[in-house]
Write a protein that binds this ligand. Structure first.
Ligand code: WT7
Length: 685
């Protein structure tokens, strides 16, 4: 057990918490699967010498190869400046524009090629095929609107709360053209969650859509913008303008009224900008491209700041060599652009390579579990990318569906959570028809792109394991004392990366201390050191490395729950519960779920004199949905007479997690109130 708890803490503290690693499934090592000769024959990367080329002695100059995939207005002078660790500066002195690299540079040869296939959720609506030329026109006109109507300029931040529609990449790329920093908030997040992010990033403009389809219903989305603006005002921040795209151009699909002087219908206003062109701004490589908020150990989400040059170089290289994207490929990543996966591997990476990228509005199992395979067949998608949660749901609802369709994938990705070998094998056999290679890619919002994965034409695949570090990434597992755990030790520890890499975030927006403390302080030997070797990046995941060098990721070692591949901070959920007046204490624990990997269970105790009721439990659940979003809705709200506590008063989440997971809570005799454990067990039954 202690191997799974690499953080240094007192004995009492160690038992007071539960980490995902502790309840992670420990499946045995699996046999290898080999990539087909057909795949290898066409692959972008087949030379195993790549690892030599990216060895640590070639660091950091090896990464020039990444940046060379881009068009630069001005070439960089220094590949990496490490003079102020851990604030790494990549491609210093270089200038470029991300939008130019994703659109303009393809026009000469590919202007008539589809850049984005937008697939609406209702199956009777036609698919929109947006060519690179059309994307160019739409992005230019919208960039002109942002500049001339909103007064936005390089370095300003804008919050986007857009669903999975083509207007989302259009908006991102228009921002990138001007050097405006976009901060897209997942559309499933609540108005309040959107407000918190708009406040933190000091966005004066919020860009949204009136409505979008989800599970067969046209949802009113604009109402969330009204909540967001009102909530931001409560926090003393004024959002001046709300730009509203129409799901059906020319028609307002939300019952919510427009607010005079604040709300603007983009589709109407755009007519004024017809034919307008905006020069892509040549920007420093280290200027920020976007913020992506993610959850951490404290209640406040952190804005991961990603650069233009390093980030774009990283996602372009990894899209080319790990996703094996060729310009003629039709590529579909079924993630949401509201998460980092969508930014890197729906928008920036594939478009920088001039590929065709599919944007699907709805849920994979709507109207039935054959939907993704129909889309893939119709568009002749040959690269497919999704999460274990989606794969599990498709397998449950339509285990034999893929066989009914004539799609052929050469390559498939899984990302975001550990995948059970049995699910992996179904994905391989049924979805991939035994032909597709699979890469299990491990990385995080902070990282910009893949860290561990097999290189698809070089390595064999091993179900349930991510693979070694990708070329240029040198992972290491440290134990509690900072000792390296070698490959094949069979011991779990804390996975870190020895070296900086171009895709890594630059800092946490307005919180440089948190950036240093959370990711670099733990294993830094000397805080004064100017040598990058002294500053390993700590990911916050438990992992084991097998003798073959492949990493198996066990899950978070901190207070983060990975629900359906999305990160939720337990503290965020707990603080939302505490908003309910009746609640005295709240504790969230992860519960294993057959589809979503993990779901949160919430335990609350009430203020003195109050009686537990369904009504209070309902109120707590509703508070979490409105503070964060439906994704954080607890499976169960359990109102307990008292929390199990250590003598020092710390809530024993480990005990609660054991109860929720139907496991033995172990020895509870050292608790301050051991008698409460049986009472809680009764309640959960
Ligand atoms: C956390 C990061 C980066 C894309 C989506 C999630 C877990 C991610 C894997 C994988 C096992 C994985 C880790 C990580 N995770 N990929 N292939 N196998 N676990 O981004 O929301 O920043 O979450 O997801 O625990 O720390 P994120």
């Amino acid at each position: 057990m202690s191997d799974d708890k690499p953080l240094r803490r007192s004995k009492e503290e160690q038992t007071a918490d539960i980490s995902e690693a502790q309840i992670a499934v420990h499946w045995p090592e699996e046999d290898y699967f080999s990539p087909s000769a057909k795949f290898i024959a066409q692959a972008n990367l087949t030379d195993a010498g790549v690892f030599e080329r990216f060895s640590l002695d070639r660091f950091p100059e090896c990464f020039r190869e990444f940046a060379d995939l881009l068009d630069w207005n001005q070439r960089w002078e220094k590949t990496l400046d490490t003079s102020n660790p851990p604030f790494w500066r990549w491609f210093v002195g270089g200038k470029l524009n991300a939008c130019f690299n994703c659109i303009d540079r393809h026009l000469a040869r590919h202007k008539n090629k589809t850049a984005i296939h937008f697939v609406p959720e209702p199956e009777n609506e036609t698919v929109h095929h947006i060519t690179y030329q059309e994307l160019f026109v739409r992005v230019n006109e919208f960039a002109a609107l942002l500049r001339d109507f909103c007064g936005l300029k390089t370095g300003d931040r804008v919050t986007l709360h857009l669903p999975m529609v083509a207007e989302l990449p259009i908006t991102m790329l228009a921002c990138a053209r001007l050097g405006v920093i976009h901060s897209q908030v997942f559309s499933g997040f609540s108005g309040k969650a959107c407000a918190d992010r708009a406040v933190d990033s000091e966005s004066r403009v919020l860009i949204t859509m009136d409505a979008y389809y989800r599970v067969g219903k046209l949802l009113d989305h604009k109402e969330k913008a009204d909540i967001a603006v009102a909530e931001a005002a409560k926090e003393g921040h004024k959002v001046h303008k709300v730009l509203i795209w129409q799901r059906y151009p020319g028609k307002h699909s939300s019952p919510t009224k427009l607010v005079e002087g604040r709300d603007v219908i983009v589709n109407d206003l755009l007519k004024k900008y017809r034919g307008k062109r905006v020069e892509p701004a040549p920007l420093p490589a280290e200027a920020p491209l976007f913020l992506m908020y993610t959850s951490g150990t404290t209640g406040k989400p952190k804005g991961c700041q990603h650069s233009i040059g390093g980030y774009l170089a990283y996602v372009t290289w990894t899209s080319k060599y790990i996703q094996d994207i060729h310009p003629e490929d039709v590529y579909w990543c079924m993630a949401d652009i509201g998460w980092i996966t969508g930014h890197s591997y729906i928008v920036y990476g594939p478009l920088a390579l001039g590929a065709s990228s599919v944007v699907y509005e709805g849920v994979p199992t709507h109207p039935d579990a054959g939907r993704p395979w129909r889309i893939a067949e119709d568009l002749d998608v040959n690269i497919f990318h999704t999460s274990p949660t989606a794969i599990r749901a498709l397998r449950r609802d339509g285990p034999d569906e893929p066989a009914k369709y004539h799609h052929h994938f050469k390559h498939m990705t899984t990302v975001g959570e550990p995948i059970e070998p049995v699910v992996w094998k179904w994905y391989h056999k049924m979805v991939g028809k035994g032909e597709a290679v699979i890469v299990d890619t491990w990385w995080q919002t902070e990282n910009g792109g893949f860290l561990c994965s097999t290189v698809p034409a070089i390595h064999k695949m091993k179900p349930g394991s991510a693979g070694p570090g990708i070329p240029g990434i040198h992972p290491v597992i440290y134990d509690d004392e900072g000792k390296e755990l070698p490959a094949g030790s069979g011991k779990a520890g804390n996975i870190c990366i020895r070296n900086p890499w171009p895709g890594s975030f630059q800092t946490i927006w307005k919180d440089a201390d948190r950036y240093v403390n959370q990711y670099y302080a733990r294993y830094c030997k000397d805080r004064k050191s100017k040598d990058w070797r002294d500053w390993p990046y700590m990911a916050g995941d438990g992992a084991v490395q097998a003798a073959d060098g492949y990493y198996r990721i066990l899950g978070r070692i901190d207070d983060v729950i990975n629900v359906a591949g999305h990160r939720l901070g337990t503290k965020e959920i707990e603080s939302a519960a505490l908003i309910v007046a009746e609640v005295a204490e709240a504790a969230v624990v992860p519960v294993a779920d057959p589809i979503k990997g993990k779901v949160p269970d919430l335990y609350v105790s009430l203020k003195p004199g109050l009686k537990a009721s369904k009504e209070i439990a309902g109120k707590v659940s509703a508070a979490i949905v409105s503070e964060i979003g439906a994704i954080a809705r607890p499976r169960e709200v359990v109102i307990v007479p008292d929390m199990p506590k250590t003598r020092s008063g710390k809530i024993m989440r480990r005990v609660l997690a054991a109860i929720s997971n139907r496991q033995d809570p172990g020895d509870v005799s050292t608790l301050a109130n051991p008698e409460v454990v049986d009472k809680i067990k009764e309640l959960v039954k």
